[in-house]
Design a protein around this ligand. Sequence first.
Ligand SMILES: [Fe+2]
Ligand SMILES: [Fe+2]
Length: 211
Amino acid sequence: MASDISQKQLSANTERFKNILTATGRPGMDYVLEDIEALGFFEAPASRQGHGSYPGGLVEHSLNVYDAAMDVRADILKRRPDLEKELAEDSVAIAALLHDVCKSNLYRLTKRKRRNEIGTYEEFTEYEIHDELFPIGHGEKSAIMLVGSGLELSDEELLAIRWHMGPWNMSKEDERYYRQSQKNSPLPGLIHVADTIASALLERPATSAQI
Ligand SMILES: [Fe+2]
Ligand SMILES: [Fe+2]
Protein backbone atom coordinates (compact mmCIF):
# COMPACT_ATOMS: atom_id res chain seq x y z
CA MET A 1 0.00 0.00 0.00
CA ALA A 2 1.24 3.50 -0.80
CA SER A 3 2.35 5.39 2.27
CA ASP A 4 0.40 8.14 4.00
CA ILE A 5 0.67 11.68 2.74
CA SER A 6 2.04 14.60 4.75
CA GLN A 7 -0.14 17.33 6.20
CA LYS A 8 1.54 19.76 3.81
CA GLN A 9 0.65 17.59 0.79
CA LEU A 10 -2.90 17.17 2.08
CA SER A 11 -3.33 20.96 2.37
CA ALA A 12 -1.90 21.45 -1.12
CA ASN A 13 -4.25 18.78 -2.53
CA THR A 14 -7.26 20.33 -0.77
CA GLU A 15 -6.44 23.78 -2.13
CA ARG A 16 -5.91 22.48 -5.67
CA PHE A 17 -9.17 20.48 -5.57
CA LYS A 18 -11.15 23.54 -4.43
CA ASN A 19 -9.46 25.89 -6.90
CA ILE A 20 -10.18 23.69 -9.94
CA LEU A 21 -13.83 23.29 -8.98
CA THR A 22 -14.35 26.95 -8.07
CA ALA A 23 -12.82 27.97 -11.42
CA THR A 24 -15.62 26.10 -13.25
CA GLY A 25 -17.96 28.84 -12.00
CA ARG A 26 -20.75 26.26 -11.81
CA PRO A 27 -23.80 27.43 -9.79
CA GLY A 28 -24.04 25.58 -6.49
CA MET A 29 -20.34 24.69 -6.27
CA ASP A 30 -19.81 26.70 -3.06
CA TYR A 31 -22.54 24.65 -1.35
CA VAL A 32 -21.00 21.38 -2.54
CA LEU A 33 -17.57 22.33 -1.18
CA GLU A 34 -19.11 23.35 2.16
CA ASP A 35 -21.18 20.16 2.43
CA ILE A 36 -18.44 17.68 1.56
CA GLU A 37 -15.96 19.44 3.87
CA ALA A 38 -18.47 19.16 6.73
CA LEU A 39 -18.85 15.43 5.97
CA GLY A 40 -15.08 14.88 6.17
CA PHE A 41 -14.23 14.51 2.46
CA PHE A 42 -10.76 16.04 2.81
CA GLU A 43 -9.66 13.68 5.62
CA ALA A 44 -11.34 10.58 4.20
CA PRO A 45 -9.49 7.58 2.72
CA ALA A 46 -10.20 6.44 -0.85
CA SER A 47 -10.92 2.85 0.17
CA ARG A 48 -11.10 0.65 3.27
CA GLN A 49 -7.94 -1.37 2.67
CA GLY A 50 -7.03 -0.82 -1.00
CA HIS A 51 -5.92 2.28 -2.87
CA GLY A 52 -5.48 5.48 -0.83
CA SER A 53 -6.45 3.83 2.44
CA TYR A 54 -5.18 6.67 4.64
CA PRO A 55 -6.38 10.16 5.66
CA GLY A 56 -6.41 12.41 2.59
CA GLY A 57 -6.48 9.41 0.24
CA LEU A 58 -9.86 10.39 -1.22
CA VAL A 59 -8.90 13.90 -2.32
CA GLU A 60 -5.61 12.52 -3.67
CA HIS A 61 -7.51 9.83 -5.64
CA SER A 62 -9.97 12.41 -6.99
CA LEU A 63 -7.08 14.56 -8.26
CA ASN A 64 -5.44 11.48 -9.81
CA VAL A 65 -8.69 10.74 -11.67
CA TYR A 66 -8.84 14.38 -12.81
CA ASP A 67 -5.22 14.37 -14.07
CA ALA A 68 -5.71 11.01 -15.83
CA ALA A 69 -8.99 12.21 -17.39
CA MET A 70 -7.39 15.42 -18.67
CA ASP A 71 -4.44 13.49 -20.12
CA VAL A 72 -6.70 10.95 -21.85
CA ARG A 73 -8.95 13.78 -23.06
CA ALA A 74 -5.99 15.63 -24.63
CA ASP A 75 -4.85 12.45 -26.34
CA ILE A 76 -8.32 11.59 -27.65
CA LEU A 77 -8.92 15.14 -28.93
CA LYS A 78 -5.78 14.90 -31.08
CA ARG A 79 -7.48 12.06 -32.93
CA ARG A 80 -11.12 13.12 -32.46
CA PRO A 81 -11.20 16.94 -32.30
CA ASP A 82 -14.95 16.81 -32.94
CA LEU A 83 -15.46 15.54 -29.35
CA GLU A 84 -14.11 18.71 -27.75
CA LYS A 85 -17.53 20.14 -26.84
CA GLU A 86 -18.85 16.86 -25.46
CA LEU A 87 -15.72 16.52 -23.33
CA ALA A 88 -15.74 20.13 -22.08
CA GLU A 89 -13.03 20.82 -19.50
CA ASP A 90 -15.46 21.93 -16.79
CA SER A 91 -17.56 18.77 -17.23
CA VAL A 92 -14.46 16.57 -16.97
CA ALA A 93 -13.32 18.46 -13.86
CA ILE A 94 -16.70 18.20 -12.15
CA ALA A 95 -17.26 14.51 -12.96
CA ALA A 96 -13.67 13.48 -12.16
CA LEU A 97 -13.27 15.42 -8.92
CA LEU A 98 -16.74 14.72 -7.54
CA HIS A 99 -17.39 11.13 -8.70
CA ASP A 100 -16.58 9.66 -5.26
CA VAL A 101 -18.14 12.21 -2.87
CA CYS A 102 -20.27 9.26 -1.70
CA LYS A 103 -17.18 8.18 0.28
CA SER A 104 -16.98 11.46 2.25
CA ASN A 105 -18.19 9.85 5.47
CA LEU A 106 -18.20 6.17 4.52
CA TYR A 107 -15.13 4.96 6.42
CA ARG A 108 -14.34 5.30 10.12
CA LEU A 109 -11.13 4.36 11.90
CA THR A 110 -11.77 1.61 14.43
CA LYS A 111 -9.47 0.10 17.04
CA ARG A 112 -9.15 -3.69 16.97
CA LYS A 113 -6.98 -6.31 18.61
CA ARG A 114 -5.00 -9.08 16.97
CA ARG A 115 -2.46 -11.67 18.00
CA ASN A 116 1.07 -10.81 16.90
CA GLU A 117 3.92 -13.17 15.92
CA ILE A 118 4.89 -13.86 19.53
CA GLY A 119 1.31 -14.67 20.50
CA THR A 120 0.36 -11.59 22.51
CA TYR A 121 -2.52 -9.28 21.63
CA GLU A 122 -1.80 -5.88 20.14
CA GLU A 123 -4.06 -3.03 19.22
CA PHE A 124 -4.28 -1.77 15.66
CA THR A 125 -6.56 0.56 13.76
CA GLU A 126 -8.34 -0.04 10.49
CA TYR A 127 -11.14 1.53 8.51
CA GLU A 128 -14.66 0.18 8.85
CA ILE A 129 -17.47 0.83 6.37
CA HIS A 130 -20.45 2.82 7.67
CA ASP A 131 -23.03 2.93 4.91
CA GLU A 132 -25.99 2.86 7.29
CA LEU A 133 -26.21 6.67 7.35
CA PHE A 134 -27.34 6.95 3.72
CA PRO A 135 -27.52 3.45 2.16
CA ILE A 136 -28.31 4.36 -1.40
CA GLY A 137 -25.51 2.94 -3.54
CA HIS A 138 -22.23 4.27 -4.85
CA GLY A 139 -22.16 6.35 -8.08
CA GLU A 140 -25.85 7.11 -7.68
CA LYS A 141 -25.18 8.26 -4.11
CA SER A 142 -22.57 10.77 -5.34
CA ALA A 143 -25.03 12.09 -7.93
CA ILE A 144 -27.85 12.39 -5.39
CA MET A 145 -25.60 14.15 -2.86
CA LEU A 146 -24.45 16.72 -5.44
CA VAL A 147 -27.98 17.46 -6.60
CA GLY A 148 -29.02 17.69 -2.94
CA SER A 149 -26.34 20.33 -2.35
CA GLY A 150 -27.79 22.39 -5.18
CA LEU A 151 -25.19 21.80 -7.90
CA GLU A 152 -26.30 22.35 -11.48
CA LEU A 153 -25.31 19.25 -13.44
CA SER A 154 -25.92 18.31 -17.06
CA ASP A 155 -27.43 14.92 -17.88
CA GLU A 156 -24.04 13.84 -19.27
CA GLU A 157 -22.23 14.78 -16.04
CA LEU A 158 -24.83 12.90 -14.01
CA LEU A 159 -24.36 9.83 -16.21
CA ALA A 160 -20.56 10.01 -15.87
CA ILE A 161 -20.78 10.21 -12.07
CA ARG A 162 -23.48 7.53 -11.84
CA TRP A 163 -21.65 5.01 -14.03
CA HIS A 164 -18.01 5.79 -13.13
CA MET A 165 -17.48 2.21 -11.85
CA GLY A 166 -18.11 0.82 -15.32
CA PRO A 167 -19.82 -2.51 -15.88
CA TRP A 168 -19.10 -4.14 -12.50
CA ASN A 169 -21.70 -6.24 -10.69
CA MET A 170 -24.57 -5.08 -12.82
CA SER A 171 -28.10 -6.30 -13.09
CA LYS A 172 -29.44 -6.81 -16.61
CA GLU A 173 -31.37 -3.58 -16.29
CA ASP A 174 -28.36 -1.57 -15.09
CA GLU A 175 -26.34 -3.03 -17.97
CA ARG A 176 -28.88 -1.63 -20.41
CA TYR A 177 -28.77 1.81 -18.77
CA TYR A 178 -24.97 1.71 -18.75
CA ARG A 179 -24.77 0.86 -22.45
CA GLN A 180 -27.25 3.61 -23.26
CA SER A 181 -25.28 6.17 -21.20
CA GLN A 182 -22.18 5.28 -23.25
CA LYS A 183 -24.18 5.99 -26.41
CA ASN A 184 -25.53 9.29 -25.07
CA SER A 185 -22.16 10.79 -24.18
CA PRO A 186 -18.39 10.07 -24.35
CA LEU A 187 -17.98 11.51 -20.80
CA PRO A 188 -18.95 8.34 -18.82
CA GLY A 189 -16.35 6.29 -20.73
CA LEU A 190 -13.63 8.88 -20.07
CA ILE A 191 -14.35 9.08 -16.33
CA HIS A 192 -14.48 5.28 -15.97
CA VAL A 193 -11.15 4.92 -17.80
CA ALA A 194 -9.58 7.68 -15.64
CA ASP A 195 -10.91 6.08 -12.43
CA THR A 196 -9.34 2.78 -13.47
CA ILE A 197 -6.01 4.43 -14.41
CA ALA A 198 -5.93 6.15 -11.00
CA SER A 199 -6.93 3.22 -8.78
CA ALA A 200 -5.27 0.35 -10.67
CA LEU A 201 -2.11 2.09 -11.93
CA LEU A 202 -1.30 5.47 -10.34
CA GLU A 203 -2.27 4.37 -6.81
CA ARG A 204 -0.81 0.91 -7.16
CA PRO A 205 1.58 -0.05 -4.34
CA ALA A 206 5.27 0.19 -5.23
CA THR A 207 6.55 -3.17 -6.52
CA SER A 208 8.81 -3.51 -3.47
CA ALA A 209 5.77 -3.14 -1.18
CA GLN A 210 3.97 -6.12 -2.72
CA ILE A 211 4.30 -9.59 -1.31
FE1 LIG B 1 -16.07 5.02 -6.98
FE1 LIG C 1 -12.93 6.53 -7.78
